[in-house]
Design a protein. Structure first.
Length: 216
């Protein structure tokens, strides 16, 4: 049976009121939930229990979702500013790699699971949330379509000075999406070291190179 956050909140409030009426101490539901999660998972391979520990950004967004209301605007801006400080521009100053390699990474959904080796190369799983090209038969819709990403933004030459704001924004979005949307569901590829700098350069080319299938 699927239980959504609102149902869980109603149940928690009901239990609170009932226990308060009879003078029974109210349990620490956050701790109970954490304990349940820890009992349900275990360290195995490269998947460790530290994945259950939320950073402040995720914690605030989860709490807002639990209450069924949007994140408070000021707090959202603070989260974005904090995450923006973590964005690292390419160490070699090169933003775009090879779009053909980027396409392979975008279509690769493997990596970061308990049976992957520590030195395994992760994929980007971009197709799980986005449309990438007209040729795709199946793709996720959690995120917006990326078809014609560079063309729509007028990037005919990614190396041009006029393209710099879009190029840097795109890099930052891939590196740490919460820098631009506090409660973004997009993986923080660079910040969480899910993808290497070189891989991000290749995905950048897929998004912005005029010759990429995304911009055809």
């Amino acid at each position: 049976m699927k239980i959504n956050s609102k149902s869980l909140l109603v149940a928690s409030v009901t239990v609170f009121l009932l226990t308060a009426c009879v003078g029974v101490p109210v349990p620490d539901y956050d701790k109970l939930a954490q304990d349940m999660m820890k009992q349900s998972f275990r360290d195995q391979g490269i998947a460790m229990l530290d994945r259950l520990v939320q950073d402040e950004s995720n914690k605030h967004c989860s709490q807002a979702d639990m209450l069924g209301k949007p994140l408070e605007e000021t707090l959202g801006k603070e989260i974005e500013e904090a995450n923006l400080k973590t964005v690292k521009m390419p160490s070699d100053g090169i933003f775009l790699g090879d779009w053909k390699e980027g396409e392979k990474i975008a279509q690769n959904g493997r990596g970061a699971t308990w049976n992957d080796k520590a030195d395994a190369i992760n994929g980007g799983s971009c197709y799980n949330c986005h449309q990438l090209s007209k040729q795709e038969l199946s793709y996720g819709t959690i995120g917006p379509s990326l078809y014609n990403y560079g063309k729509i933004r007028g990037v005919s030459d990614p190396t041009a000075v006029t393209a710099k704001p879009i190029v840097e924004y795109t890099w930052g979005k891939l590196w740490n999406a919460k820098a631009y949307n506090a409660c973004s569901n997009m993986p923080r590829f660079g910040h969480k070291q899910l993808l290497t700098e070189k891989q991000i350069q290749h995905i950048m080319a897929l998004l912005l190179d005029p010759g990429s299938p995304i911009n055809q």
